[in-house]
Design a binder for this molecule. Structure first.
Ligand code: 0VR
Length: 253
């Protein structure tokens, strides 16, 4: 049985880790290099670094940040944010990423998923699905792109299924509604995506307790991603893993 993974997330804007609520009101949360080392020392299984910078020069500087973070880490590193092409993905892998996550560019050009999987392998190809509940429809979550600012005429569960068909290796599923709110993962969204896609799914958005993580695992998540609770030092990755083990969830110690 694969062990459940705990993945801290560094959202990076202009070289600094930031954290907001529903992708808004971003506050400074520290240095990416220091936090990467910090979370690995706490026992993180993987790290996700998302470039949420708005400006082009900040995005280009991201390669240096990735090289610096890579020097700190021995655990798998997934990098995403603004990846627009196979060449972009290649540059990030060359800078030290093990996996690259794509969202907006894949929605614009779904063949990009096939190209990445063909060129680098499914294990490097993560499709990030940012989903916002559409309250006007039963069991429908809209795919969001461009850092949560653009609603797409696309059902999140169906899109995850298509990503699988096109060769993706993993789904990074972020609930826009829960991001930063500490109100728990969107479990119904998890259910809908797990029913439509048999790839490993990383639950993201809303974590505030170990119990929230247990719920996500019970609803089919292979891994849980969290940012706020770790950046705000409410708990360490080691605390989480200790409590999960006590609750019978198999984690890497
Ligand atoms: O994904 C984006 O484009 C984006 C843009 C700006 C700010 C945050 C963004 N994403 C949200 C991150 O993936 C966030 O770290 C996860 O949703 C985890 O959130 P919490 O654990 O609730 O803090």
């Amino acid at each position: 049985m694969l062990k459940s993974r705990i993945i801290p997330c560094l959202d990076v804007n202009d070289g600094r880790v930031v954290k907001g609520v529903k992708f808004q009101n971003l506050r400074d949360a520290g240095s990416p290099v220091e936090l990467a080392a910090h979370y690995e020392a706490q026992g993180a299984d993987e790290l996700v670094v998302l470039d949420v910078s708005a400006t082009r020069q900040a995005r280009l500087a991201m390669l240096e940040t990735i090289e610096e973070v890579r020097k700190q880490l021995s655990i798998p590193l997934t990098v995403g944010g603004g990846v627009g092409s196979v060449e972009d993905a290649g540059r990030l892998l060359g800078a030290g990423a093990d996996k690259v996550s794509i969202n907006s560019a894949a929605v614009r050009n779904p063949d990009l998923i096939n190209e990445m999987a063909d060129r680098f392998g499914a294990q490097c190809t993560v499709v990030a699905v940012d989903a916002k509940r559409d309250t006007s429809q039963e069991n429908f979550w809209q795919v969001m792109t461009r850092s949560g600012t653009q609603g797409e005429p696309l059902d999140a569960a169906k899109w995850a299924g298509e990503a699988q068909q096109r060769g993706a290796g993993e789904i990074l599923l972020t609930s826009f509604d829960r991001d930063g709110t500490r109100s728990g993962y969107d479990l119904e969204l998890m259910d809908a995506v797990v029913a439509a896609c048999s790839l490993p799914v990383i639950a993201s958005g809303g974590a505030d307790s170990v119990q929230h993580m247990v719920e996500a695992f019970e609803h089919g998540a292979h891994a849980v991603l969290a940012a706020s609770i770790f950046h705000d030092k409410n708990m360490t990755v080691a605390d989480v893993k200790r409590d999960l083990a006590k609750m019978g969830i198999e984690v890497r110690q």
